[in-house]
Write a protein of this length. Structure first.
Ligand code: HEC
Ligand code: HEC
Length: 358
């Protein structure tokens, strides 16, 4: 009984007391509801309006995976020997201690080569309807197969080579056995495990707390900004649990926007998909610049203005932009540091290839 009550008491203490307050006395089972920050009826109405277009983040995205699959995926996510010169891992471009990206307009891969697109964050990415700016990979598992073999990213020659590298590192065998029942290394299993790890990269934010009923989770400016965001129509494209990541739209929907990248046209070949991109998730957006598919814009306020003009046909004024940016700041959340922590590198075996800078 005592044990059952203790976590509840701690929860209540966390929610209502400043961090320095002494621990709250154990709560009685029928303790009255924790006092609310007395939301105005306006805030309550806004919360239900917001709940109609957004959704709180789950603690896990998609199908459950075993802890052993996650552990294997974590090891592979940080595995630099999956790159030709042993200098690049998934974490190089999607740094888990830097909001799942690298802060670069485009990312240096093998021999410092750069592609034409900005690295999106890997955080909360498993929520998206598909992966990449143009949605060309179905899910995080399918996506994980791409960068290892991409000549300007990790530059491994082929799937068999990637499998042989992992199989040559003795410490992986017990991890594959724990995750999949036997120690056979396959490219599918590698991608599957990396995907499993990514499905736990969630960052619950103040907006999630607000959606769940904590009216005090957002300050007045963020609340006003949320209202503006919904009023002007950003929710047409950036909505749902990811606050984006749920659909494809033309960049330059109302007013043409100049870009050389044909976007989803290159995936489907449909003329109607020219300059169409996945509307990105706006979770942690204040931390994941530079922005747009080409990383061409560094200032978030400018992106918001561009969106107003080119996607909505509106000139947003300074107060509207400021409010929206404040709201976007409330979408910033924390990754569980323990979950994301880099594991110790496993020792190479005699057959493990040496780094190849060529
Ligand atoms: C050299 C940098 C680089 C490396 C290494 C890299 N990525 Fe990426 N990643 C990118 C870029 C650039 C894109 C966007 C490409 C595009 O859309 O065409 C991307 C896209 C993604 C996405 C899609 C996110 C979204 O919002 O659509 C995920 C997930 C992802 N990478 C995970 C990984 C994983 C897992 C690895 C390791 C197996 C990895 N990346 C290795 C640069 C990198
Ligand atoms: C008609 C659909 C649509 C509307 C409306 C829209 N957006 Fe977007 N938004 C997109 C698409 C598509 C992209 C990706 C563009 C690209 O880089 O190619 C994007 C990109 C962004 C980005 C950059 C994301 C990143 O990771 O670089 C931000 C920030 C953003 N939108 C915010 C907003 C805000 C704020 C509003 C309302 C003022 C808004 N958007 C309205 C479709 C839309």
């Amino acid at each position: 009984m005592r044990n059952a009550l203790l976590p509840l008491a701690m929860l209540i203490a966390c929610a209502d007391d400043p961090p320095t307050a002494p621990p709250a006395p154990p709560a009685a089972p029928e303790a009255p509801e924790a006092p609310e920050a007395s939301p105005t009826s306006d805030t309550t109405a806004l919360a239900s309006r917001a709940n109609a277009v957004f959704k709180p983040l789950p603690t896990w995205m998609g199908d459950k995976a075993s802890a052993d699959m996650v552990a294997l995926g974590r090891q592979l996510y940080y595995e630099k020997r999956l790159s030709k010169n042993h200098d690049i891992s998934c974490n190089s471009c999607h740094q888990l201690d830097a909001f799942g990206q690298d802060g670069e307009p485009t990312s240096p891969g093998h021999k410092g080569q750069r592609g034409g697109r900005n690295s999106p964050t890997s955080l909360n990415a498993a929520l998206h309807i598909a992966q990449f700016w143009d949605g060309r990979a179905e899910d995080v598992e399918a996506q994980a197969k791409g960068p290892i073999l991409n000549p300007i990213e990790m530059a491994i020659a082929d799937e068999a080579t990637a499998v042989a590298i992992i199989a040559s590192i003795p410490g992986y065998a017990p991890m594959f056995t724990a995750a999949y029942g036997d120690d056979q290394v396959t490219y599918d299993r590698m991608a599957d495990a990396i995907g499993a790890f990514e499905r736990g990269l969630v960052t619950p934010s103040p907006v999630d707390a607000f959606l769940k009923g904590d009216a005090s989770a957002l300050d007045a400016e963020q609340i006003a900004g949320m209202e503006t965001y919904m009023d002007v129509g950003c929710t047409t494209c950036h909505n749902g649990v990811g606050v984006g990541g749920a659909g494809y739209f033309k960049l330059g929907m109302v007013q043409p926007y100049e870009t050389k990248d044909a976007g989803r046209f290159d995936v489907t070949g449909l003329e109607s998909d020219r300059f169409v991109f996945k509307a990105p998730s706006l979770r942690n957006i204040t931390q994941t610049g530079p922005y747009l598919h080409d990383g061409s814009i560094t200032d978030l306020s400018e992106v918001v203005r561009i969106m107003g003009k080119h996607q909505l046909g509106r000139e947003l004024d300074g107060a509207q932009v400021g409010g929206i940016v404040a709201f976007l700041g409330a979408l910033e959340g924390k990754l569980d540091a323990e979950y994301a922590k880099e594991p110790a590198t496993l020792a190479s075996g005699p057959a493990t290839p040496k780094p190849d800078p060529s």
